[in-house]
Ligand binder design. Sequence first.
Ligand code: FES
Length: 98
Amino acid sequence: MIRLVRDQSAQIKRASEVRFTFDGAQVPAHSGESLLAALIRSGHLHLRDAPEDGAARGGFCCMGLCQECVVRIEGQVVESCRAMVTSGLAVTSLKART
Ligand code: FES
């Protein structure tokens, strides 16, 4: 048996909208959401290149285990799935060429 539930998505209260940059491009997000979620939603799936063969890499586990989602923020290499978006954040990929 399937119970049909009314669409209640309009009732969801989101945090304030903010913007950050990814390789210089403006990315919209909501304050406090995961950086990886904001990147995926905006279509930025290729976050780094594998050092061995240069293959494109991006988020995989989304919980801080695989290290596939690492990016650079203010000189620090961080897991984007464990970082929160803040207004004005400058994020760069770890691609060999951007
Ligand atoms: S997606 Fe696996 S550590 Fe971030």
